[in-house]
Design a protein around this ligand. Structure first.
Ligand SMILES: [Zn+2]
Ligand SMILES: [Zn+2]
Length: 421
């Protein structure tokens, strides 16, 4: 009885409180309760503390690491969903601008964040690849990154071309890090697949199968992903207007993520978009609330997730979705977390410190590569100012002694080095 009332209350509260977007059914189970004393552990309050929970073998944890728009804001990153599987695999679906801040707040060792699936090549879906690439490199990732992404109508519109260009753009970063640290983590393996593939397998490793279906968005190339694990079907929809492939292949999914855009009036009034663009942005290049609801009513997922809308528009978006869909639903916010098993979907918010970063994993990086060309010339090195460098000697001597680095003292090769001895 209580839980029934609670559900009604939750449902009613949602209509006036857009910040809590979980609705109904056995998903998003009731949490909370009474704190029984002044010095006891508090009951579950919809909170996920990263690093404190081991997944069951048949469980998947999905974390929204970006749910917003291309236009960056401090409180909401662009599209990114991290899928963590009970068997230890972690796959990143889209890595939009700003999303690495959220991924790093989960404090996962960089060595486990190496596989990225890109739905399409708009920056709000992959531009933080640079932050994972370089940040993970300095944070100890021992291996290259691997990227899966679609081809395009022509070669220069595909993922392989994009990654090639990425590595060219960041060549200075690559060469300097490769010399100073080690080159291997700076490499990127690209697995480009046909964007026209319909439900074809593009990844099959460690009991996880990923399939691709075409999406309709801005030009040829965009896709959505169907993920199969432990007898479940999970769907990550990239940007798309309503399309027949999603309706056919996401049908009966255990968990279906699909974009849902704010209404045209929101874009025109709050976003300053010309009205003639606003009603196409929402509803021709993307999927609006009523269209999202129609799709979900048709495919009937066990749990539906909408994303790609500014949080201040969530309340209106919820009402629009509810005009065509009354099933289980979350409107995703950054750091929203779902644990998914055959038995249910549990929604929480991750709570993590602003200053967290990835913790080291067990595998060490290979040492610097011998024989690489030094990217710094003698002309620049001759500008090293002796008093500044020698001012650090006490601190560095202490460090050398503590870690037994005397044999590797880089200062001995420097003309300015003045040892105290
Ligand atoms: Zn897009
Ligand atoms: Zn987008």
């Amino acid at each position: 009885m209580y839980s029934h009332l609670r559900r009604i209350f939750t449902r009613a509260a949602l209509l006036c409180a857009p910040l809590i977007a979980a609705v109904g059914m056995s998903s998003a189970q009731a949490a909370g309760g009474v704190v029984e004393g002044p010095n006891v552990v508090a009951p579950d309050r919809y909170v996920y503390y990263p690093g404190t929970e081991v997944l069951a073998e048949d469980e998947v944890r999905v974390i929204a690491c970006g749910t917003g728009m291309p236009d960056q804001r401090r409180g909401q990153a662009s599209a990114c969903f991290l899928f963590e599987f009970g068997n230890g695999e972690k796959l990143i679906f889209d890595l939009g601008t700003g999303s690495m801040r959220n991924i790093n707040a989960l404090m996962i060792p960089a060595q486990y964040l190496t596989k990225i699936f890109i739905s399409h090549l708009h920056t709000d879906h992959w531009a933080d690849l640079n932050a994972l690439w370089a940040g993970g490199w300095t944070a100890g990732r021992p291996v290259p990154l691997e990227v899966w992404g679609p081809s395009g109508q022509t070669e220069d519109m595909g993922t392989a071309y994009a990654i090639d260009g990425f590595l060219r753009a960041f060549n200075w970063d690559y060469q300097t890090r490769a010399f100073k640290i080690t080159p291997v983590p700076g490499k990127i393996t690209v697995n480009e697949f046909d964007y026209k593939a319909v439900n074809e397998v593009i990844y099959n490793q460690n009991d996880i199968v990923v399939r691709s279906i075409p999406a309709i968005h801005a030009g040829d190339g965009p896709v959505s992903f169907i993920i199969e694990y432990a007898g479940m079907k999970l769907v990550f929809g990239g940007d798309s207007s309503p399309n027949k492939w999603f309706v056919e292949y996401a049908r009966d999914a255990d968990f279906a993520i699909h974009e849902a855009f704010a209404a045209p009036e929101f874009f025109a009034k709050d976003y300053g978009m010309p009205p003639q663009l606003a009603w196409r942005a929402c509803c021709e290049f993307h999927t609006s609330g009523p269209a999202f609801g129609k799709i979900m009513s048709e495919i009937k997922p066990r749990h539906a997730v909408a994303y790609h809308t500014m949080e201040e528009a969530h309340q209106e978006l919820l009402l629009l979705i509810r005009s065509t869909y009354d099933g289980p639903l979350s409107i995703a916010m950054d750091m929203m977390v779902w644990n998914i098993t055959k038995d249910g979907v549990r929604e929480r918010m991750a709570v993590s410190p602003d200053r967290a970063s990835g913790v080291p994993g067990p595998t060490r990086q290979p040492p610097p590569e011998q024989g690489r060309a030094d990217p710094m010339s003698d002309f620049i090195k001759a500008g090293e100012w002796a008093p500044g460098f020698n001012a650090q000697n006490d601190m560095l001597d202490e460090h050398a002694e503590k870690y037994k680095l005397q044999e590797m003292d880089w200062r001995k090769q420097k003309p300015w080095f003045k040892s105290d001895e």
